[in-house]
Design a protein around this ligand. Structure first.
Ligand code: TYD
Ligand code: MG
Length: 457
């Protein structure tokens, strides 16, 4: 029997139930419901704004009325600013999510320090590390001179009082899962606490005009509430990602009320913190040495920027009854489709061979435009023929084996030309503008034939 005031919150999706169940009815996760004592019933967490509206009367405005673009604080970390939509908006709340150890604290310490050096009043409040630890990290990163105010605190009340006493432009809270509010009985990291703390900090951001960045650890298991439970409260959700073993880190916008969400920021983790990578193409490409059979350079678009990245494939005889298919950095369903089209429409027999596909540098590619690059890498390996050293590839492949035009073909070609590429294999519609030699392939079979015969005029 549920006790008075007891509710069950899913630690994965945040849905609140009045009865316990083994499986969350909202997200179907198992064993994620945990009893939490609520001081207020769910749904009454936010003060009702409709009451305020009723008192004042509701003032309508037209869509065409003038609106000032929100002012922005440029933090000086350009890759971060761009993903935010051109700087941080005062009075907004940003959630930065990512796996533990990916570099969230490092990034935000750098952002706070650079912004402070440019005159913004910045605070960094850590609930995970002591002030000495943060300070010594800042020293190692060469940021010791930046006028950032540091504090180590986990009590929400103390943080809110402190931020009300002193005006700031930018405040980093690291992390939301360590905070606890004395208004709630549930433990730190629980859905109730994380929601309450986020709610209060978002209100503070709005009322004081201070930009607040909340760090949220992404957790696979439901021991602490994931950042998903507060995504709807904040103005922007950024994800910090990195493949294990690679120094590269990608900052992605997942939601942004003040900008586009398809931007990425690229960083490299080194001994002195994160270094911004202004030209990611150079990073993900192996520009020196011969291109091996099985390699194809994809001319992609990440956000507003063209990015060149190498697809590497290995097609090898299988030693076992069931051939292996392994893919890193690309969708395995997409790989299965491309393999099926290569087999059915291009006469390549791959069914009894092991297939490995890897996107170099730890980048994850989601664009359908990468189909042809993957197919070219696979065909190149299967036929043991290299692609020309100076060739980029892009195009979407349909099940019927056609190569379809993709968005922003001009930007892709321009970026490739800038990096010394002189040839492109892609949809028939592309136009090299006299700079790039284009090999248009209406069908995948045309592209495969060219690779097999090394017919590159
Ligand atoms: P951190 O920012 O603490 O990660 P998070 O806050 O997301 O949990 O970064 C942790 C990792 O980054 C740690 O394994 C060490 C590495 N690192 C460096 O390689 N160089 C550096 O200069 C710093 C500060 C961290
Ligand atoms: Mg950290």
């Amino acid at each position: 029997m549920a006790r008075d005031g007891a509710v069950y919150a899913c630690q994965s999706c945040g849905a609140v139930q009045t009865k316990w169940a083994g499986q969350c009815p909202a997200c179907a996760g198992w064993n994620t419901l945990v009893e939490e004592l609520q001081s207020r019933p769910p749904g009454a967490l936010a003060p009702s704004s409709s009451k305020v509206a009723r008192a004042r009367g509701l003032a309508f405005e037209g869509l065409e009325d003038e609106t000032q673009a929100p002012p922005r604080i440029a933090t000086g970390v350009d890759e971060f600013d761009r993903v935010c939509g051109g700087g941080v908006v005062p009075g907004s709340a940003i959630l930065l999510g990512g796996d533990p150890g990916v570099g969230k604290s490092t990034l935000l310490l750098q952002v706070a320090a650079e912004a402070a050096r440019r005159g913004a009043r910045c605070a960094y409040i850590s609930g995970e590390e002591a002030v000495e630890q943060v300070r010594s990290r800042a020293q190692r990163m060469g940021l010791a001179d930046a006028p950032v105010k540091l504090a180590a605190e986990t009590a929400l009340r103390a943080i809110v009082d402190g931020l009300k006493r002193e005006p700031f432009d930018l405040v980093v809270i690291d992390s939301i899962q360590t905070l606890w509010s004395d208004a709630h009985e549930a433990g730190p990291g629980s859905v109730t606490q994380v929601r309450a703390a986020a709610g209060e900090l978002v209100r503070l951001a709005k009322s004081r005009g201070v930009a607040i960045v909340l760090v949220g650890h992404v957790t696979k298991e439901g021991t602490i509430a994931g950042p998903r439970v507060i995504e709807h409260m904040v103005d922007a959700v950024l994800a910090f990602e990195g493949e294990r073993g690679y120094p590269f880190r990608i900052l992605r916008g997942a939601k942004n009320r003040f900008g586009a969400t398809d931007e990425i920021g690229v960083f490299e983790m080194g001994d002195a913190g994160l270094r911004e990578v202004k030209n990611p193409s150079a990073l993900f490409l192996n520009t020196s040495g011969e291109r091996a059979a099985g390699a194809a350079v994809f001319a992609g678009i990440e956000g507003s920027r063209p990015v060149l990245v190498e697809f590497q494939a290995l097609v090898a005889p299988s030693a076992y009854g069931t051939p292996r298919r392994a893919v890193v950095g690309w969708d395995s369903g997409r790989l299965a489709m491309v393999l099926a089209v290569l087999e059915a429409r291009c006469g390549l027999s791959l069914g009894d061979r092991d297939v490995y596909l890897n996107v170099a540098g730890g980048l994850r590619i989601t664009e359908p435009a990468a189909d042809l690059a993957a197919a070219a890498a696979l065909a190149s390996s299967a036929l043991d023929q290299t692609l020309p050293q100076d060739c980029v590839v892009f195009g979407e492949i349909s099940l019927s084996g056609e190569v379809r035009a993709v968005s922003r073909m001009d930007s892709r070609l321009k970026e490739a030309a800038k990096l010394g590429f002189r040839r492109a294999l892609g949809p028939a519609e592309m136009d090299g503008g006299g700079v790039m030699r284009t090999t248009g392939a209406g069908r995948l079979a045309d592209a495969v034939r060219r690779i097999g015969e090394a017919a590159w005029d």
